[in-house]
Design a protein. Structure first.
Length: 141
């Protein structure tokens, strides 16, 4: 079974957040919700994915492998997110002046989506293997 509480604590450490109250605020949830996640060994993958841009989707799903995105992917995501405060005309100028960056960014977004799908496949494969082992044990008895 995946230790989701450990995943949450590792993510908290990655962002140098010391207190659960601060971590809950960072995630945009109530502290009670975070506490429930820990006690039930669960979390909302969509909240973590949307708030924790440095973390690989594979790690969010499985708790294994590389935890942090490589700097290039993270930088590309930051470039896109940095445009939220600009008007459409300012964004057009920015894109024109940084065309190379924006030609690459869709590739990074597709890679990130692919990582999520691979994480789901791996998680479902593990669950299927666990179910098959349980079924085999029942057949033997």
């Amino acid at each position: 079974m995946i230790d989701k509480s450990l995943i949450l604590n590792n993510i908290k450490g990655c962002y140098n957040i010391k207190r659960d109250t601060d971590f809950a605020e960072f995630l945009g949830i109530k502290k009670q919700t975070l506490s429930a996640w820990h006690s039930r060994n669960t979390f909302d993958i969509y909240i973590l994915y949307s708030k924790c841009k440095k973390i690989t989707p594979h790690y969010l799903f499985t708790g294994t492998g590389e935890m942090l995105l490589n700097e290039d992917r993270n930088e590309a995501t930051e470039n896109i997110n940095s445009l939220k405060d600009y008007s459409p005309s300012e964004i057009s100028v920015h894109i024109h002046n940084n065309k190379e960056d924006f030609d690459i960014n869709p590739v990074y977004q597709l890679l990130r989506e692919n990582d999520i799908k691979n994480g789901v496949i791996e998680l479902m494969t593990k669950k299927l293997e666990e179910a098959q082992k349980k079924l085999n044990k029942k057949e033997i008895n």
